[in-house]
Design a protein around this ligand. Structure first.
Ligand code: ADP
Ligand code: MG
Length: 605
């Protein structure tokens, strides 16, 4: 993120601080500076970014604690925008909002996390990486081409790409062990100028990385969370939001997705939430082992932490730091999920800076550009064809964010502006959370605009005809809502036996299917095949029960008594381990047997 002394532009501008207000500093003598330039502020060289220039005066948002800055202190522009360092060493690391590595968040006591100022670099300068070239001397290359690879962690092969904007012929490239600053390759451009290429590149965080083209997301991102995958799926390259009041389960949903989803890489941005949650995340991700590879989840995870006790302006930057890193791995051809918890805290940082800049406030004091900032963030998600060779590298960034509206009021600006752009809405519900129905995703108002394409995919590649069953399940859940209204008026005893059965099976769907305990070793994750087996089991049981009552003369009470044991079995199905599918089949057979036993009864004839 920072510049070393040598490469600092000679055209840097030195201003003088004239005021300090929280994270905002103004300085004069800044006429020739540019908006978005990074500055070093004060004697310690705190990092800041110019957000406004008026005549001689520049306003700078400072990403570090500004206490101690004084009138007349110097401020130096670096002549470059706020950027991230991209290269081997990102993986498994925890950074702060402006990409300084946090080695000791675990030990942090809530005081300063870092020494202030420019003393740390994002990527380790000492560490050596073994580089394997894919290209040879004499080959033509241009920006985005993969020059070679580095084994970054035991599960991530880092592809070293030629930075965008460069083009030429390779004059030197060889395997070996290099630091991120050393030259791994030299190219000569058409004007016979030599360029030394290292494994590290920089990217300005507020700009999206270029791509060849965006393509329609077509693969569902499997999260192992039944309510999500079955009823409100998100696609790889899609966008989703999870709004909900305090304690409704936003963080748990995001953690579950970070742990279980079938993406290659997770970038987790903890934005303005409690520090101990990030600590928990790190500990959990380290301990959790991916069953497929036997490796720790941190091997595929990058954390960006700007917790509630860290400087507010860096919170504003943190989501851009996160998504820029996500785009970089996408360009290598990976599926990346970027989680932000919570964008409400990000928006509050935006509001605070805007207030101090005395900008015209919009809705609830948020700046008028809140909506456009949010949409430009989510626009960086997508499934893409990356630039460069090997051609046709396909990668995706899936953006999933929590929103924490005050009191759960979804009409507030952050939620509304988010809903305008994202395609999936998992609405968390305080009432469900109070009833310990988790995840508290309300099936009555949540939606996924990817539902149809996911169903097609499921039906084609996972289980034929499952789209029908999913549809019937959702219909039953919706009918329950309507029936409950009637029950409130006339009482349970007055509705028909068929309706009673509907209520009974809607309850089974809610309790035995939708509810999923994140802390249970088996229930925490359910594979798609198991999800669909479970759903089929419940829905077929329902169909056959309807048959008993409609055509075989059972009344509801009678039926209810006789099926008690089987219903208890169904409730336990979610706890059957993935590697014992025969137990699930046993349960199906038990239902079959019972139904066969009950069927001959024909009281009405
Ligand atoms: P939020 O981030 O919305 O404030 P959290 O995600 O921290 O809420 O969840 C609050 C609590 O709800 C958790 O500590 C946990 O006890 C419970 N909870 C949420 N989701 C689940 C789940 N899927 N399974 C079990 N408990 C859950
Ligand atoms: Mg939370």
């Amino acid at each position: 993120m920072m510049k070393s002394g040598e490469d600092m532009a000679s055209d840097r501008i030195v201003g003088r601080i004239i005021s300090v207000s929280g994270p905002l500093v103004t300085a004069d003598n800044m006429r020739d500076a540019s908006i978005q330039d990074v500055c070093q502020v004060g004697p310690e060289g705190l990092i800041g970014e110019i957000v406004k220039i008026e005549g001689e005066i520049a306003s700078v948002q400072v990403y570090e604690e500004t206490a101690g800055l004084a009138y007349g202190d110097p401020l130096v522009t670096l002549g470059e925008p706020l950027s991230v360092e991209l290269g081997p060493g990102l993986m498994s690391t925890m950074f702060d909002g402006i990409q300084r590595p946090l080695k000791s968040l675990l030990a942090a006591t809530g005081s300063d996390f870092l020494t202030r100022g420019v003393s740390v670099t994002a990527l380790d300068r000492e560490k050596r990486w073994s580089f394997t070239p894919l290209l040879t001397v004499g080959q033509e290359v241009s920006g985005g081409d993969v020059l070679g690879t580095v084994s970054e962690t035991s599960r991530i092969l880092h592809k070293i790409m030629l930075p965008h904007g460069l083009k030429g012929t390779i004059t030197q490239i060889s395997p070996g062990s290099f630091t991120v600053e050393e030259t791994i390759c030299e190219i000569e451009d058409e004007r016979h100028q030599l360029h030394k290429i290292s494994m590290m590149q920089k990217w300005p965080v507020r700009k999206s990385r270029p791509i060849t083209e965006k393509i329609t997301p077509r693969l569902p991102m499997i999260t192992g969370q039944r309510v999500i995958d079955t009823f409100f799926p998100v696609m790889k390259g899609g966008t989703a939001t999870v709004p909900g009041p305090f304690g409704a389960g936003k963080t748990v949903v995001q953690h579950q997705i970070a742990k279980w989803s079938n993406v290659d890489i997770v970038v987790y941005v903890g934005c303005g939430e409690r520090g101990n949650e990030m600590t928990d995340a790190v500990t959990e991700f380290q301990q959790l082992v991916d069953p497929k590879t036997g490796l720790s989840l941190m091997e595929r995870t990058i954390l960006v932490a700007n917790t509630s006790n860290m400087p507010v302006a860096a919170r504003e930057a943190s989501i851009y730091t996160g998504i820029s890193i996500a785009e970089y791995y996408r360009d290598m051809g990976y599926d990346v999920a970027v989680m932000a918890d919570s964008t409400s805290r990000w928006a509050e940082a935006l509001r605070e800076i805007s207030g101090r800049l005395e900008e015209m406030p919009g809705d609830e004091g948020y700046p008028a550009y809140l909506g456009s900032r949010l949409s430009s963030y989510y626009e960086r998600a997508g499934r893409v064809i990356a630039i460069g060779r090997p051609n046709g590298r396909e990668g995706s960034v899936t953006a999933i964010s929590a929103v924490s509206p005050q009191g759960g009021d979804l009409s507030e600006p952050v939620t509304q502006n988010t809903l305008r752009v994202v395609k999936v809405f998992w609405g968390l519900d305080a009432t469900l959370a109070r009833q310990r129905h988790f995840p508290s995703i309300n099936w009555m108002n949540s939606y996924s605009l990817y539902g149809e394409s996911a169903d097609l995919y499921y039906s084609q590649f996972v289980e034929e005809g499952i789209d029908e069953v999913i549809h019937q399940g959702m219909t039953l859940l919706q009918e329950e809502g309507r029936l409950m209204e009637i029950v409130k008026l006339v009482g349970f005893d007055s509705i028909s036996d068929i309706d009673k059965l509907k209520l009974e099976f809607a309850k089974s769907l809610r309790e035995d299917y939708l509810q999923q305990n994140a802390y249970h070793s088996v229930d925490s994750f359910t594979s798609l095949p198991k999800q669909f087996k479970m759903l089929r089991l419940i829905m077929e049981f329902y169909d056959r029960s309807t048959e008993l009552i409609a055509n075989r003369g059972y009344n509801f009470e009678d039926y209810y008594e006789k099926t008690r044991r089987v219903r208890e079995r169904v409730a336990q199905v979610k706890f059957i381990p993935e590697d014992r599918p025969e137990e699930l089949d046993n349960c199906t057979q038990e239902i079959d047997r019972l139904m066969a036993e009950l069927s001959p009864v024909t009281r009405e004839e």
